[in-house]
Design a protein. Structure first.
Length: 466
């Protein structure tokens, strides 16, 4: 009862009235009663009941699997990710098999993930494109490019099929669109992994600019051009991130690749400026980020609060930018929308006639709310730690580039011609999907990502890379 009163203080529950769910006054409830709760629109409130049944059952029957699928479709999969693999193995519900595969994948057991996904394609309905994407990702890491490409292409087809059905919520439509585009990028990555850099570039160009993930893929496309030794196009892709509309993008490796590209062209002054700019831009914020993670540790409630109050914090601008970036993340938006959906269950809980069951379900709702809050906090921490590691790696890469720049500049101190031309159209290269027009410093929305520099490499024949 104390926990129920606590829930009242959260403003989630008020007084209860009319009956809608029949129940007996027992400490546990039957599967039939869980079914009645679900039919009444109570999904988050049934999750602890379902988890308890899974823990206490040696196997799960088809009717419970059907309930699990229905609940998971409303609350998302993350509420079930706290279950251990041995418990998840007891269910044949496609949603939980997918969660099981995800847990194996995250542990690095990619063959285990593939085994968990076996036989799900036909039975999984809306999960099919997500299954194909995970299969493709596992095959890609296992260096099975043909299988990965096949499943990425299947993911594109399945996503398009789901999108064509219509009737999706805006969130679901966005999920499927991002998944389809991610799989399109997956095909380009497989070409890249096979050293087919020209094919990789052409595949990246198939991604529409209106795609939510298009800005992030410019960096990958720049790497493909780099390995294709088209350094001017690499720089052109990277300069796109200077456009104000892409100011929210955080990726310190953009500066690393820019510096490396200038270095490959023996444009040492440009490379040095890029390195110096990197240190000015990130060094202070990086130390602040490390201190933040060290102080908060694993207090998921505090991470949750950080992202909620991102506009009110007095932190280094880099940390604020990271928190805003996490807030914009579709995964974060989905998690917060699920909290709003959870609150809507207050009304059907009010209609439960049996006071004992009412208290149990209300307690469950509070438990699900706190778990959802911690899920968000854990996700925020994961993203911040990822960014910290990315910065650490970028600083390490920049230190090597800086040394290389200084070593090369020493050899060119004498006889350096400072009056050098800065570009010529004859240094441009393009394929059948790329066009040419003048760039006068403006960033036009329909031209973003299509820029290419026209700089001449200053490497002598003796130092030019093969």
């Amino acid at each position: 009862m104390k926990r129920f009163i606590c829930l009242l203080s959260l403003g989630l529950l008020t007084q209860f009235t009319v009956s809608r769910v029949s129940a007996q006054t027992s400490g546990t409830i039957s599967q039939k009663q869980v079914r009645e709760l679900v039919d009444s629109g109570i999904y988050f409130g049934t999750i602890p009941f379902i988890k308890e049944t899974l823990y206490n059952s040696g196997s799960v029957d088809t009717s419970l699997d059907n309930i699990i699928n229905e609940v998971a479709n409303h609350v998302g999969l993350r509420q079930f990710e706290t279950l251990s693999t041995d418990v998840l193995e007891r269910s044949h519900a496609p949603t939980l098999r997918y969660v099981l595969a995800k847990k194996y994948f995250n542990k690095g057991d990619y063959n285990g993930a593939l085994r968990a996904l076996e036989g799900l394609d036909v039975r999984s309905q809306g999960l099919s494109p997500f299954i194909s994407n995970m299969r493709a990702s596992a095959f890609a890491i296992l260096k099975k490019s043909d299988e990965a490409t096949r499943d990425y292409q299947d993911c594109i087809r399945q996503s398009e099929k789901e999108l064509s059905k219509g009737g999706h919520t805006l969130l679901r439509k966005r999920q499927l669109t991002i998944l389809r585009d991610t799989c399109q990028v997956g095909v380009a990555r497989m070409h890249f992994a096979s050293s087919k850099f020209e094919s990789s570039i052409l595949s990246y160009l198939d991604l529409q600019k209106k795609s939510p993930i298009w800005p992030e893929t410019l960096f990958e496309e720049a790497w493909a051009s780099f390995y294709n030794r088209d350094f001017n196009r690499t720089l052109g892709k990277l300069v796109t991130y200077k456009a104000p509309v892409l100011d929210y993008i955080f990726n310190p490796e953009i500066e690393v690749l820019s510096s490396l590209t200038y270095l490959e062209m023996c444009l040492f002054e440009d490379a040095k400026k890029s390195v110096d700019s990197f240190y000015t831009k990130y060094q202070r914020g990086y130390m602040g980020l490390l201190n933040l993670i060290g102080n908060v540790k694993s207090n998921y409630k505090e991470y949750y609060t950080l992202v909620k109050q991102r506009d009110k914090l007095n932190f280094d601008p880099l940390i604020i930018k990271l928190l805003k970036d996490i807030w914009r993340d579709p995964a974060t938006q989905e998690l917060f929308q699920q909290i709003e959906a959870l609150k809507l269950e207050v009304q059907p809980i009010k209609k439960i006639e049996n006071n004992h069951l009412k208290v149990l379900v209300a307690r469950n709702l509070k438990d699900s709310l706190l778990l959802q809050r911690d899920i968000i906090g854990r996700y925020v921490k994961k993203r911040l730690v990822y960014h910290a590691r990315l910065l650490e790696k970028s600083f390490e890469d920049m230190s090597y580039i800086k040394l290389e720049i200084l070593n090369n500049m020493k050899g060119q101190l004498l006889g350096l011609n400072t009056e050098r031309a800065r570009g010529d159209i004859k240094f441009l290269e393009r394929n059948e999907k790329q066009y040419f027009w003048n760039f006068n410093g403006e960033f036009w929305a329909d031209e973003l990502g299509d820029y290419v520099f026209a700089l001449k490499s200053e490497c002598s024949n003796e130092v030019a890379k093969n």
